[in-house]
Ligand binder design. Structure first.
Ligand code: ADP
Ligand code: MG
Length: 729
């Protein structure tokens, strides 16, 4: 195939290019945040009192004061124009997968028939994008047709290309959230409120608790010319067919391996762009699967980290193309090798330190550590089904709960030391608890080693693992907006901390000493949330059975997993924590089901097209060649002898016929089952039909195509194969 030849030439050409480096006097510390209106840049462009107010807003100390909007907008515009910006846009995160933006020029008419550069506060603060085409799950038709975007002053504006990008939330006129960011900010506020109240048991001066997020972004790179020869990759982001390559990840030689030069050039280019945009990227390495890589920043406050991840995903795709690659963010682009995740490292910290940090010497510190660990576990246990729903999607279903992947069950790994600590707290006797004051504390909480978890005490199979000073939520899809998982997790933790606080306060009001009250509640909670703790192999079949026995949510079907959002206890939690109401949750679920359907519908369509217009014709042509060969053989040698000589070809002809028949018949059936499903009016039931009938049919046809790939002449095979797609030199 021409594209294959081109690929080899392209690879060589890229490999001969020198590694991209900046000059030594251009260090990351110097260009970091160059395109961000951060405090340093603000200081230069804003009057001192305006600057101070903006700093306080960004530090979450005060809300934004609209009377300074014009001045802030003017400063922003001057700064942006100095970097060559000509346009501005409200940048928001609708309930589709990416981000949305509509650019406007920085100019208005002057009195003399010309233009002046202008940017007013009201345009900065609020806009009304024509939002009718964004998914709203019916919220807007129920209430008010319009939606508007409102500036989020806690996430700094930045310049991308020629445009000033303004992070915004997107809500309906009646206040319902139409995006990821609005409920995320509410969830972060809820956890701040609840965690601050609990943290004050230990450190009375705590003013605020911040949620941190450090995401690790996995991705695949494929050569652009090969990508262009795969309609499935173009349309769906994953390969809908493709036989295993003889070598894939079985040698474990890709993980942490040396990075191919062509890829290294891409990574450097990407990092420079990311750093200039204020994304503190730090770690890069090869991942387990061939052509799979990872990038991780230093963790940040969650709202900012979410924006940065969205921004990074979009620039990754652009920069990959500069290097002749396509960047695949789909969580399972290739069957049979690892998919890509986005680990979300999550922790809480106060102005004084991280609340999940390994405890020091003081007993109160130990108690603080146990409290935040246990109450997080309780949140994860109470809402394990919801957490799973928060990371489920049509694409992540190929990674979770599919044959080769981890099961779709949320559990938590704590490691030996923390497990022992919790056991110790649980076993502390009533006698010991009734002892007074600090002696009792010492008796009950052993001091822990400074470094809790080293690399040997890690469990890579756990979807929610404690890793030293944070929990790592690993089941998230590489393409997802982290906000979905962060909304669910933070709201659940807020709820659990509120309940903790209520129960401790009740005991205190009944005359119990604070430390003892805390221990009492902790003991109950440790007992209660045991079923969520699992230190074993999360990928094993025994675990699936054990999890079922423990009553954890083991549902595999994505559209049914979404139901967890509408469970009474979920709705109660979101409403009590003021994050979302029932209407918003219902609307969002409509969107989830619709999106699920559309994804599979697109897959089915393109799959049918490839089957009938690419695979079947080529296979028929090859079969005809074989038939001609047999026919000629018969003419020369006679039937008997030719049968013997062409035994192999005759067998292939039959095999091809069988596979071909299966494919053609079932491609037809695929259209039929879609028609049946499409007649169902309710989105949830339709999504279930797509899950139960359309998706499995695609998979079963696929196995026949993959078999044919091993039979048909390589020269003729119309699609680049896995071994070609997956090995950048
Ligand atoms: P791993 O060994 O898990 O692959 P990485 O170095 O790839 O580790 O990524 C770890 C991520 O966790 C980074 O984004 C890092 O900033 C983040 N992280 C570290 N400590 C915390 C913390 N306390 N809270 C949140 N994120 C953290
Ligand atoms: Mg990592």
């Amino acid at each position: 195939m021409a594209s294959r030849l081109r690929f080899q030439m392209v690879d060589e050409a890229y490999n001969r290019q020198p590694l991209k480096v900046k000059s030594p006097d251009e260090r990351p510390s110097q260009y970091f945040g160059k395109y961000v209106f951060n405090k340093k840049n603000m200081k230069q462009y804003l009057a001192p009192e305006v600057y101070q107010k903006m700093c306080d807003v960004m530090d979450h100390k005060i809300p934004f004061d609209p009377t300074i909007a014009d001045e802030v907008a003017e400063g922003m515009k001057q700064w942006a124009v100095s970097l060559g910006a000509t346009h501005y846009t409200h940048w928001f995160q609708p309930l589709t997968e990416g981000t949305a933006e509509k650019h406007d020029g920085f100019w208005a008419r002057d009195d003399e028939g010309g233009l002046v550069e202008e940017f007013k506060g009201k345009l900065l603060v609020q806009q009304e994008p024509d939002a009718s085409s964004f998914p709203s799950g019916g919220v807007r038709s129920t209430f008010e047709a319009r939606g508007y975007s409102a500036w989020d002053p806690t996430s700094p504006v930045f310049v991308l290309g020629d445009t000033l990008m303004i992070p915004t939330i997107f809500i309906s006129y009646t206040g319902e959230s139409l995006d990821y960011k609005a409920p995320l900010k509410k969830a972060l506020y809820a956890v701040d409120r609840a965690a601050t109240a609990v943290a004050r048991y230990f450190y009375p001066d705590v003013e605020r608790v911040v949620t941190n997020l450090g995401w690790e972004q996995e991705y695949f790179l494929v050569d652009e010319s090969l990508y262009n020869a795969r309609p499935d990759l173009i349309m769906t982001g994953r390969t809908l067919m493709g036989h295993d390559s003889a070598k894939n990840q079985q040698m474990d030689d890709h993980y942490y391996g040396s990075i191919p030069k062509r890829v290294e050039n891409f990574m450097r280019d990407l990092e420079i762009h990311a750093l200039e945009l204020g994304i503190p990227v730090k770690t890069r390495h090869n991942e387990v699967a061939p052509n799979q890589f990872e990038l991780a920043p230093i963790f940040e406050e969650t709202n900012l980290a979410v924006d940065h991840n969205m921004l990074l995903m979009s620039i990754m795709k652009k920069i990959a193309r500069k290097h002749g690659f396509r960047c695949l963010l789909h969580p399972k682009p290739f069957k049979g090798i690892n998919g890509s995740g986005k680990h979300n490292n999550w922790s809480l910290s106060t102005d004084t330190g991280i609340l999940l940090h390994a405890p020091g010497k003081s007993p109160l510190d130990n108690l603080r550590f146990a409290t935040f660990i246990v109450e997080t576990l309780k949140a994860v246990y109470d809402h394990n089904g919801l957490l799973k729903a928060s990371i489920m999607s049509a694409s992540n279903a190929h990674r979770l709960g599919a044959n080769e992947a981890p099961p779709a069950i949320i559990s938590s790994f704590l490691g030996r030391t923390v497990t022992d600590l919790l056991q110790h707290v649980e076993n502390s006797t009533d006698e010991a608890l009734t002892m007074k004051g600090k002696t009792a504390m010492k008796l009950n909480i052993p001091s822990l080693p400074e470094l809790l978890i080293d690399n040997t005490d890690r469990n890579r199979t756990s979807p929610f693992a404690f890793t030293g000073n944070r929990f790592e939520f690993r089941a998230i899809s590489s393409e997802a907006n982290c906000a979905s998982a962060m909304i669910a997790l933070n709201t659940a933790v807020a709820e659990s901390l509120c309940s903790f606080r209520d129960r401790v306060d009740l005991l205190i009001s009944q005359g119990e000493a604070k430390e003892r009250a805390i221990l009492r509640v902790l003991r109950d909670d440790i007992k209660y949330c045991k079923p969520i703790c699992f230190n074993g192999n999360g990928y094993s079949d025994e675990w699936k059975e054990e999890a079922q026995r423990r009553g954890l949510d083991c549902e595999n079907s994505t559209p049914i997993v979404f139901d967890r959002y509408l469970d009474d206890r979920t709705v109660r939690m979101f409403e009590e924590q003021h994050v979302m109401n029932r209407l918003e949750l219902e609307a969002r679920n409509e969107i989830k089901w619709e999106t699920y359907i559309k994804k599979i519908q697109i897959e089915a369509r393109i799959f049918g097209d490839i089957c009938m217009n690419h695979i079947v014709p080529v296979v028929t042509r090859y079969q005809t060649q074989l038939l001609e060969n047999v026919h000629k053989s018969m003419q020369i040698y006679g039937v008997e002898k030719a049968r013997e000589l062409s035994a192999n070809n005759l067998r292939l002809i039959e095999q091809i016929s069988e596979h071909e028949k299966y494919i053609a018949d079932n491609a037809e059936r695929l259209i039929e089952v879609r028609k049946v499903a499409n007649q169902i009016s309710e989105a949830r039931t339709r999504a279930i039909a797509y899950h139960d009938t359309v998706a499995p049919l695609i998979e079963s046809i696929r196995t026949h195509i993959d078999e044919l790939e091993t039979i048909v002449d390589d020269e003729m095979w119309p699609l680049p194969k896995y071994r070609e797609l997956l090995f950048i030199k």
